[in-house]
Design a protein around this ligand. Structure first.
Ligand code: ATP
Ligand code: MG
Length: 309
């Protein structure tokens, strides 16, 4: 059964497409993130979920927060702990029910851009490149094949962070400067590229190509630092391809929701509300999410549910 976030006995701050955010009355500078099993594609949430997907996302994000600081000097992030604290105001049953899929983070002011980094040309960007020879309006050398690697191995291609119900729009990095200001835009770009490069190298050693990914950053108003927030390098926020079958010039098999995207496109359901995934698509997607988690973290879902559940 897919998990739906329960009504908890603490204030509910916001419901995202995948996560619910709660306030912790005893910790006003902290938020409780609870990842549901909901899945979205093309900005629309499907009516059925992927069992344990929220556990996999939370645990993979926690794994990255434990390894990234040693790989990216100077990196600051929002992660505090897995689960809800004992003095969260939640009952033992509530804490247990959300344990493996929840985490506490520092509450920060979110910069209103999506910091996308691409190592390879695919998806909507492949179409732009084929037509205009550009990626988010940035000129890119000719001759790159579909799913081919970008020169230099990484390109920073931000988008707007649209309010709920609206679509994010790809923008040129100069446009991001106009939105958040030069000082923060430069730091976001620098950090995004460094985190992507470190994460991609780590993943490659474990058999996964991170084709592209999206980061979010927050502003620590006390120290004026740019801080990595949200989920990090998961199958929801990234395109993961198996290294062993990778070949440029064609679509790649993948460890993310590409199966679901392809199915929606094929059935002409792309962007439609109220769609239920076929059982077979849900099952395949679940398996991909589990495989990516195990390859990257060295743990299985059973390990996690045993210790935290
Ligand atoms: P969005 O498009 O705004 O990301 P979403 O539907 O993707 O919406 P979720 O990812 O499900 O939303 O929920 C997470 C939300 O929490 C996002 O809006 C994200 O910007 C926000 N967020 C992440 N980390 C923090 C943080 N440390 N402090 C405050 N807000 C945060
Ligand atoms: Mg999000």
């Amino acid at each position: 059964m897919a998990f739906t976030t329960p009504t908890l006995s603490i204030p509910h701050l916001a419901k995202g497409k995948v996560r619910d955010l709660f306030c912790l009355p005893n910790h006003p500078d902290t938020l409780l993130f609870v990842a549901s099993d909901r899945i979205s594609a093309y900005d629309v949430v499907l009516t059925n979920g992927i069992p344990n997907k929220g556990v996999l996302l939370t645990q993979l994000t926690a794994h990255w927060f434990s390894v990234l600081p040693s790989l990216v000097p100077g990196l600051k992030h929002h992660f505090l702990n897995l689960g809800a604290p004992a003095d969260s105001g939640l009952s033992e049953d509530e804490r247990k029910a959300i344990a493996p899929r929840s985490m506490t983070v520092r509450k920060l002011k979110v910069f209103p851009i999506e910091a996308i980094v691409r190592g390879y040309i695919t998806g909507s960007v492949w179409k732009e490149y084929e037509k205009h020879g550009t990626v988010h309006g940035i000129s890119v050398p000719a001759g790159i094949k579909q799913c081919g690697q970008l020169p230099g191995g990484a390109l920073y291609t931000p988008s707007t962070k649209a309010p709920a119900g609206e679509h994010d729009v790809n923008i040129h990095p100069d446009e991001a400067i106009k939105i958040v200001g030069e000082k923060y835009a430069k730091r976001i770009e620098e950090l995004s590229l460094a985190i992507y490069k470190a994460g991609a190298a780590y993943a490659k050693e474990r058999g996964i190509i991170i084709a592209d990914t999206k980061f979010e950053f927050g502003h620590d108003l006390e120290t004026d630092e740019v801080v990595l927030i949200d989920e990090v390098l998961t199958s929801d926020s990234s395109r993961f391809w198996p290294l062993d079958t990778y070949e440029a010039g064609r679509d790649q098999d993948s460890f993310d929701k590409q199966i679901l995207r392809n199915w929606l496109t094929e059935k002409e359901l792309k962007g439609k509300e109220g769609v239920e995934m076929d059982e077979a698509i849900a099952k395949k997607t679940a398996e991909r999410y589990r495989n990516a988690f195990t390859m990257l973290s060295g743990k299985t879902i059973e390990d996690v549910l045993k210790t935290d559940g």
